[in-house]
Design a protein around this ligand. Structure first.
Ligand code: FMN
Length: 210
């Protein structure tokens, strides 16, 4: 039995295009993987600790081999809880809206908690950086109001897919698949609906062999 972690990063819920496509993936996945466990959360609801002064100090205490203070140990437990939930999964599904050419701030906050030396990546003089979350597939569903086609002028503005692939690649993911739903706004509702349906069909196909 595998565990699939489904992370939603849109607060728009019923109206979200990325969630609609990811939900269709989940429905198809359930039919072909009836015994798998699916854990779903939305980064806008989930308890994700602030990555503020005490947590940063706790991180640097680990980095520099210093003992953590009582307060640091306490705040670090919340970071470890988030990481443990993530690393205990075998497969990953992300529903990601584009916000200001990148990802919503709550997803960035989640990533800032997740990406920690000694937990999700390591560094050594001889080996350099190495991702520790290995041999696990990830499917990211990206929704954008505009269009950012490869080789177009707009492509340079796409810091959403590039960032997700870079940061999850950094912590070890090699099998990162993607579905893009675009444009969800720019060309009007008819085009948006057609693109959404196209993406749902693709999601259902991918789910079977995921
Ligand atoms: C705060 C905010 C910022 C946005 N920034 C962009 C943007 O930079 N480029 C773009 O193409 N669309 C942008 N959009 C539109 C969303 O990408 C679009 O509505 C997409 O469908 C959102 O995903 P969702 O439907 O899953 O919530 C923005 C929307 C919001 C709410």
């Amino acid at each position: 039995m595998s565990k699939l972690l489904y992370i939603q990063a849109s607060p728009r819920r019923q109206r979200s295009k990325s969630i609609a496509v990811a939900d269709a993936f989940i429905e198809a996945y359930k039919q072909t993987h009836p015994h798998d466990q699916i854990v779903t959360f939305n980064v806008f609801d989930a308890l994700i600790p602030d990555f503020d002064g005490p947590v940063v100090q706790a991180k640097y205490a680990i980095l520099h081999g210093r003992q953590q203070s009582k307060k640091q140990l306490q705040v670090w437990k919340d970071v470890e809880r988030v990481i443990e939930q993530f690393t205990s999964a075998d497969k990953f599904l992300l529903a990601v809206p584009m916000w200001n050419f990148s990802v919503p701030y709550r997803l960035k906050r989640y990533i800032d908690v997740l990406v920690q030396p000694g937990y999700t990546f390591s560094y050594s003089q001889d080996k350099g950086y190495q991702g520790l979350v290995i041999e696990k597939p990830l499917l990211a569903v990206y929704a954008r109001g505009g269009e950012y086609a490869a080789s177009s002028e707009a492509e340079a503005f796409d810091l959403q897919k590039k960032y997700i692939e870079l940061i999850f690649g950094f912590i070890g993911f090699q099998d990162i698949r993607s579905i893009i739903v675009e444009p969800t706004l720019q060309a009007g509702p008819n085009v948006a609906d057609a693109k959404r349906q196209e993406a749902i069909d693709t999601a259902k196909e991918i789910a079977v062999g995921f």
